[in-house]
Design a protein around this ligand. Structure first.
Ligand SMILES: *Cc1c(COP(=O)(O)O)cnc(C)c1O
Length: 455
């Protein structure tokens, strides 16, 4: 990769216990001012972030293996993105694309249309958040099909607005108490090779078998002719970095296409080089009708998109899609710089290299620790699922303890999973090899300590 210029020293450095005194003071102000329902994983407050490090207000430099949930793939203050934002913000911050359109929105749409899977004619509409993109993809599918039912999957996560919660699977903390949810959402089992879907002889279901199981439920319980959309994350993110068995996604896509069902790939977490390709759909050659993107798309600025078949997006009447801030010009400028950095630095290739390093090291460790049930993922989206030793039962306390021990030593890793027993690694794709190696060493020590009952 061509060299990336870092602003902050790329090092792990602890100068106080975590949290330090300034973070403790901010936490006190926060609890008197910020809603309790908004949580934070870290006990420290951020002063700066760059490349693979987060610098806190007490001067501690932490290794970032989370990228703010797969957002800062090009780094949290990538010089090209910063320059593009500065340049745009000095010209104008907002006109509302629905009032006064501007070129950068068009250019982001052109770029996404060219990158998204499939050679067909495409169109793009821009929004602010991932949840908003999911809502709009479902709106489009219902409009064009004239059908109402939406099929989502177990372990799915699609955001926090009402429809996005309806299609999300996990009750705590996302859904509990927040209903009633949007109607006409149906949930079917996914392909989760470690845990779910065994044939009568105990062998794990193949991807095709898991797809047949889901399709059978859809056809008997809903009826294919009532289904507007099938909505799926090619690799489930929040749900535990669940990589479906090979053949699952292609079989679902084939079925959807044969029944006039709009196949929506939610690539908000998996897209934009994270898994070693622009889109995770590419790994099995599937061509979704609609793709949602957000997270890494604009280098940390809020921007999301629905990209897909021109005949679907262009079916909606003018004014049917939009929003005051959707495709904000500063976010669009950031996205164009972000996409250019991803290309120039070959961040898909970098994601594959990071993934090979992470899975190589963690698989070696897993062989020695019976608390590790599985290491899985694709590219720089790698997870460690923790189990009770000698069993497959989820072990959320071990995941929490390992992440807490890593943090005490200055490494930020996140958990996920329906049971909260999965540690997910999503380092910035611009992290240096040295910093990644150091972060992994700390995490390995933490996992060893947990396995030995000492953390
Ligand atoms: C994060 C995420 C969302 C929601 O995005 P927000 O910007 O938080 O609304 C939706 N789908 C997937 C797969 C995600 O990972």
């Amino acid at each position: 990769m061509s060299a990336i210029a870092y602003r902050l020293p790329q090092e792990r450095r602890l100068v106080t216990a975590l949290p330090g005194p300034r973070s403790i003071a901010l936490a006190a102000r926060r609890s008197a001012a910020v809603a309790l329902g908004v949580g934070s994983s870290l006990p420290v407050y951020v002063a700066e972030a760059d490349g693979g490090v987060i610098l806190d207000v007490d001067g501690n430099s932490l290794v970032d293996l989370g990228s703010g949930i797969a957002v800062t793939s090009v780094g949290a203050s990538n010089p090209a993105v910063v320059a593009a934002v500065r340049e745009q913000v000095a010209r104008f911050t907002h006109t509302c694309f629905m009032i006064g359109p501007y070129e950068s929105y068009v250019a982001v749409a052109e770029a996404l249309n060219a990158l998204a899977p499939g050679a067909h004619e495409k169109r793009t509409a821009l929004f602010n958040s991932g949840a908003e993109a999911v809502e709009n993809a479902v709106k489009i599918a219902r409009y064009v099909t004239g059908r109402s039912a939406v099929v989502a999957f177990e372990h799915a996560y699609h955001g926090r607005t009402n429809l996005a919660l309806a299609v999300t699977s996990k009750a705590m903390p996302y859904k509990s108490g927040f209903g009633p949810f949007a109607p006409e959402v149906y949930r079917v089992p996914t392909s989760y090779p470690l845990r779910e879907g065994r044939n009568a002889d105990g062998s794990p279901m193949t991807g095709a078998q898991a797809a047949e199981r889901a399709i059978g439920l859809i056809e008997t319980q809903i009826g294919a002719s009532r289904v507007a959309a099938l909505l799926i994350e090619p690799i489930q993110g929040e749900g535990g970095f669940i990589v479906p068995a090979e053949g699952f996604l292609p079989e679902l896509a084939r079925w959807a296409s044969s029944k006039g069902v709009v196949f929506i790939a939610d690539e908000i977490q998996t897209g934009m080089c994270r898994t070693g390709a622009w889109f995770a759909s590419e790994h099995e050659g599937i061509v979704p009708d609609l793709v949602t993107t957000a997270k890494a798309l604009a280098g940390g600025m809020p921007l999301s998109a629905v990209t897909g078949r021109a005949e679907l997006l262009d079916a909606i009447h003018p004014g049917g899609l939009g929003g005051t801030y959707g495709g904000n010009p500063v976010a669009c400028a950031a996205a164009l710089a972000t996409l250019e950095q991803m290309r120039a630095l070959d961040l898909s290739g970098r994601a594959r290299a990071i993934g090979a390093t992470m899975s190589g090291r963690l698989n070696a460790l897993a062989a020695a620790l019976d608390v590790v049930g599985e290491v899985r993922g694709r590219g720089a989206m790698t997870a460690i699922e923790l189990v009770e030793p000698g069993a497959l039962r989820p072990n959320p306390p071990a995941a929490r303890a390992a992440v807490a021990a890593a943090l005490r030593a200055g490494v930020v890793a996140l958990t996920c999973g329906t049971h909260g027993n999965v540690i997910r690694l999503l380092p910035p794709l611009v992290i240096s090899d040295e910093l990644l190696a150091d972060g992994l060493s700390v995490l390995e020590d933490a996992l060893r300590a947990v396995a030995a009952g000492g953390a």
